[in-house]
Design a protein around this ligand. Sequence first.
Ligand code: ATP
Ligand code: MG
Length: 288
Amino acid sequence: MGISFKEVTHKYPGVKRKQFTIALDNINLDISDKNEFVAIVGKTGSGKSTLIEHMNGLILPTSGTVGVFDYVITPKERKNPKLNKIRKRIGFVFQFPEYQLFEETVIKDIMFAPRNFGMSIDEAKVRSIDVAKKLHIEDLLNKSPFNLSGGQMRKVAIAGILSYDPDILLLDEPTRGLDPKGQLEIMELFKRIQEETNKTIIMISHDMDLVYKYATRVVAMKDAKIIYDGNKIDLFKSDKYKECNLVKPNVLSLIDYLNEKGNYNIGYDTYSLEDLITKLEGGGDSNE
Ligand SMILES: Nc1ncnc2c1ncn2[C@@H]1O[C@H](COP(=O)(O)OP(=O)(O)OP(=O)(O)O)[C@@H](O)[C@H]1O
Ligand SMILES: [Mg+2]
């Protein structure tokens, strides 16, 4: 049991009465709570954030239902105590992490969720420091979260969810604002967490290189609809990716070039430039 959207439509009210924006249009989607690394991609404004904000009841469907674990979120649930239980199992990092931080110090911020979900102060502190070390932000622990750079804020927001060890991680552009090394470090950390614990990770990203390297399934959105849901290779073999304003990952552009001009036969199952170099060193052949 994981996350299951059934005919979900979401309409945001407009400025004028009776005006609205359809941000999700009749969405059906199933994601397991184990072992998935799903990237949600698509044009700006296509509905990605709205989609994942339904996954922990942050916003409610206008019509349809969202099943999360054994609980069903319907258009009417406002204050249901069970929603809090769901949130304990689902960690959410917002697209704009500054909206998520509010404590006086970074350590208090990271400790907030585990404390809120009933962990003792001592345990929450140990876990928070441990997570801060993994993210290389231990020197920020006594600073105010509001005096940080955008990238540092994002790392604190990520630490804030890893500290309570949720079953599913929802990440809205988790690498945005981080320097290139920081982006790779964070992605490697998510990958390690996923491999070691079989948690499901659902990540929105505009970075096709990271999507191609790390995701195992891609959901592509256009105009409030899902227009592709499947493996990352087929998305880029078809022309669907162009419809969503996506560009091919660099590794695939290079593979196209080598296959065309260099007489190679390298398959799209080559997910990063490092993989490609290894393949070329090994002779360059690969089945597609
Ligand atoms: N709070 C809101 N009130 C009204 N309309 C909204 C609100 N949030 C989003 N929308 C509209 O809903 C649509 C989908 O927005 P959403 O934020 O889900 O897109 P997105 O795919 O996450 O875009 P981005 O890549 O820019 O983050 C857009 O047309 C947007 O203008
Ligand atoms: Mg968004």
